[in-house]
Design a protein around this ligand. Structure first.
Ligand code: GRF
Length: 194
């Protein structure tokens, strides 16, 4: 199973997928890392690991649909089976999402359906929650809303601030995403019609 990881920044989740996929019995390999930001740190990590990289910037296209068509071309050129969004900070068009429905995952730093969108750690702290975590889900056109593949929970501890909580959640993300991708790549978890 050939996987593309879409990133916008540091790419630590992408790196955890690359690391996991090095294991001989892992059911997927990372064949492409694509960023919408030319300066994304993760691009260098990926090149160093010998993985093909691409940059597709929205500003180089007349509209979002044309930009997403270019992403789709890269995915098909690299014969990609599954797409993993990992800190990809651009909303994809419904047409693109529908074309990859059931074959595209995202990781989100909250226990969905709580705290869709941004600033999840600060919001969990402000709500006085006792626990927080991360979710891997299938991508559907509505943001952070698709069927859940897997979740991982972490405690919120006295004295936590958004940064300390984010670090705890990120460590959980790095364990969760490779495991969730493996389940989907093996066909153990599938998106079905409602
Ligand atoms: C992660 O917390 C991810 O859940 C969120 O953005 C962050 C990306 O980090 N959507 P990285 O680029 O994978 O290091």
């Amino acid at each position: 199973v050939r996987v593309a990881v879409l990133i916008s920044g540091r790419g630590s989740n992408m790196a955890s997928l690359v690391e996991a996929a090095r294991e001989p019995d892992y059911p997927a390999r990372i064949a492409l890392v694509l960023s919408n930001k030319p300066g994304a740190g993760g691009l260098e990590t990926a090149s160093e690991a010998g993985i093909a990289t691409a940059v597709v910037r929205l500003r180089d296209f007349p509209d979002r649909a044309e930009c997403d068509a270019e992403i789709d071309r890269f995915l098909r050129e690299h014969r990609i089976d599954l797409v993993c969004l990992a800190g990809f900070m651009r909303i994809l068009t419904p047409g693109f999402v529908q074309a990859w429905e059931g074959r595209m995952l995202n990781i989100h730093p909250s226990l969905l359906p709580k705290y869709k969108g941004l600033d999840t750690h600060a919001r969990a702290l402000a709500a006085g929650d006792a626990e927080h975590g991360c979710t891997v889900h299938f991508v559907v056109p509505e943001l952070d809303s698709g069927p859940i593949v897997a979740q991982s929970r972490v405690p919120i501890l006295p004295g936590d601030d958004p940064d300390s909580l984010a670090a705890r959640v990120l460590a959980a993300e790095h364990a969760l995403y490779p495991q969730a991708l493996a389940q989907v790549a093996r066909g153990e978890v599938r998106l079905t019609e409602a």
